[in-house]
Design a protein around this ligand. Structure first.
Ligand code: 3HC
Length: 302
């Protein structure tokens, strides 16, 4: 059943209002694609400034798509009207059918957020985490049994407006009917779902993180330059970006948090020396060289 597609399911009969927590690159991207596909979305973040910056990113991305695809003048605005926002954590999810958290990659922050929302969310509301590295079981650890059974990962990729994949990660005992509904929802927002058991990094990051680490070690050993590694992987392996360009885009802090979490406690990966951040990486993080978003990572940005 997990591998089947379910063309008979119309996700809009079950999911109409979505609450998304976190207005960063991933959260705002998820808000955008959901609103673009006709869903009512509420965006929550701690400060109005964070929300404003997320909405600004959505408007910019939608305007780019509108220009490219020749949409009518009111297209961007018609999508933005489906998006509301608030800094009131509980109010955001009170009428939601699906909650997606895309807050900072910190286990206790995610656990506390979801358990707080659990007190007001509808019993039928589905909880999803966009975690890049943590286990769904750990993120859901403070939820009651009923909610835990309705909790999965919906893992999107950066830039969300462009990347077609969504990983759906499930725990032992997740209801196949819930997975069928979420697969239909992912298809409805114009993405392609893949399923994965609840395992560190799911599919993509489990392969991508060691690849990025090997690239960094090549450079740290002095075997090749950053530019040559990026050129090699683009022209020799057909990747759209080299590993250093990609790490700059996804954020060095994201990779750093994943490595620390895996080195610290991930099943089968803890204490694996590959995942111990190198002194060079620690230095970049403490200097604030986080990639594109901070203006400097492996490369310098205007
Ligand atoms: N919104 C709307 N459209 C966008 C966009 C955005 N934010 N960003 C790019 N686009 C569009 C452009 O308009 C362009 O459209 P066109 O081809 O019709 O003109 C198209 O996407 C390609 O963009 P560009 O021409 O600017 O640049 P590229 O051709 O270099 O593509 C890229 C950019 C899509 C980012 C491509 O380089 C790529 O696929 N890179 C790899 C991305 C990747 O691997 N992401 C996964 C990261 S891992 C992750 O997210 C997991 C997390 O847990 C860490």
């Amino acid at each position: 059943l997990r591998g089947e597609s379910h063309p008979e399911i119309n996700p809009k009969t079950t999911i109409s209002h979505i609450a998304i927590y976190g207005a960063g690159i991933m959260g705002s991207g998820i808000v955008q694609v959901a609103a673009q596909s006709g869903y009512q979305v509420t965006l929550w973040d701690v400060t109005q400034a964070n929300i404003d910056s997320g909405i600004h990113a959505i408007r910019t991305s939608l305007s780019k798509i509108a220009r490219k695809t020749g949409q009518p003048a009111d297209w961007v605005q018609s999508i933005l009207t489906r998006i509301s926002s608030t800094t009131d954590q509980l109010a955001a999810c009170a009428s939601a059918d699906l909650v997606i958290e895309a807050v900072v990659e910190n286990l206790s922050i995610k656990q506390d957020l979801l358990s707080h929302l659990d007190t007001v969310a509808k019993p039928t509301c589905i909880f999803a985490t966009n975690t890049s590295s943590l286990l769904v079981a750990d993120v859901a650890a403070k939820l009651n049994d009923e909610r835990r059974q309705r909790t999965v990962a919906l893992h999107f990729f950066n830039p969300v407006a462009v990347m077609k994949l969504v990983e759906i990660a499930y725990m032992d005992g997740t209801d196949p009917a819930l997975l069928a509904l979420l697969k239909a929802w992912v298809l409805d927002i114009g993405k392609v779902p893949v399923l994965c058991r609840d395992t560190p990094g799911f599919i993509v990051n489990r392969l991508l993180v060691p690849y990025n680490i090997e690239a960094r070690q090549l450079v740290e050993r002095g075997d090749a330059t950053i530019e040559d590694v990026d050129t090699a992987m683009k022209l020799g392996a057909g990747y759209p970006m080299g590993p250093f360009e990609l790490m700059d885009m996804t954020g060095l802090d994201t990779g750093y948090h994943i490595m620390k979490a895996w080195y610290g406690a991930a099943p089968g990966l803890a204490k694996d020396p590959r995942f111990k951040p190198s002194p060079e990486m620690e230095q970049m993080i403490s200097s604030g060289y986080l990639g594109r978003k901070s203006g400097r990572g492996y490369y310098v940005y205007d």
